[in-house]
Ligand binder design. Structure first.
Ligand code: DC
Length: 255
């Protein structure tokens, strides 16, 4: 199986590093957090109370979430196009209002049952080589522990809270959004706490995960470290720079 799982707390570098590693390996990249975010966005849109376990579970079961690897056409820095039906929600699921309820949504057992099942199917489909892509990099909180525990390479990224808050602050400022460092840090602390202390699939490293400290390391250094581990643990050809990208435009999760 050609699957790499990357778990870790908010802004530990999972998606930046995971996306680049996937590109170098010609693997599909799938950030599972977008599915929890899409459900949270839909609750706000429909005025549904995020603490209503049954109602939120129903939304998760019925929501037509689409995830598509962006083709050469996407020029705005997106790693994937996220849709609810025909609506492009790629950037709206990153809003502070979604941030403020998404951990509660992700702690809902009905939501997790629904989304983990779909994520596992995607991991198996792309990881087992049943498609023409070479493999999958899946990013989240419980991928190595619950969603795809049989993956041959599991990574857990770590970085101190203030470093992670600084990264998120810089991201927001670069995108031209307003940002308040102290608030970002407080919110992140709270979200990490909810993600780690929930009863279902809490954030924690798998027993056999390689733990990588990303503080003070460049993105490239961490990516190289993962590629070295991939060469050892997966069945991958050495990356060839001239190889065409065969993942662009693909529907990872068709709605
Ligand atoms: O990685 P992120 O910030 O986009 O994740 C959004 C929320 O979803 C966050 O509270 C963690 C949660 N999540 C999860 O519980 N399990 C996953 N596999 C991915 C994300």
């Amino acid at each position: 199986m050609n699957a790499i799982t990357i778990d870790g707390p908010a802004a530990s570098g999972k998606s930046t590093v995971g996306y680049q590693a996937a590109q170098r390996l010609d693997f599909i990249f799938f950030d599972t957090g977008v599915m929890y975010r899409a459900v949270a966005w839909a609750l706000l849109d429909r005025g549904i109370d995020s603490t209503d376990v049954e109602a939120v579970g129903q939304v998760a079961a019925q929501l037509p979430i689409g995830v598509k690897a962006p083709g050469a056409d996407a020029q705005d820095g997106r790693q994937a196009t996220i849709q609810i039906g025909d609506l492009d929600v790629t950037w709206s699921i990153r809003s502070p209002s979604v941030d403020s309820i998404v951990s509660v949504v992700a702690a809902n057992r009905l939501v997790r049952r629904e989304l983990s099942r779909k994520q596992r199917n995607i991991g198996l489909e792309y990881g087992m080589g049943t498609t023409e892509t070479a493999g999958v990099v899946m990013v989240g909180r419980d991928i190595g522990t619950v969603v795809l525990p049989e993956a041959p390479l599991k990574i857990y990224l770590k970085a101190p809270l203030d470093e992670r808050a600084r990264r998120r602050y810089n991201e927001l400022v670069e995108r031209g959004s307003e940002a308040d460092f102290a608030r970002i840090q407080d919110d992140m602390r709270l979200r990490d706490q909810i993600d780690s202390e929930r009863t279902v699939a809490p954030l924690r490293p798998a027993m056999d995960a390689f733990q990588i400290q990303t503080e003070g390391a460049s993105v490239l250094e961490v990516v190289e470290q993962i590629l070295q581990l991939a060469a050892k643990h997966l069945n991958v050809a050495p990356p060839s720079p001239g190889k065409p990208d065969n993942t662009g435009g693909r529907n990872i999760l068709p709605d």
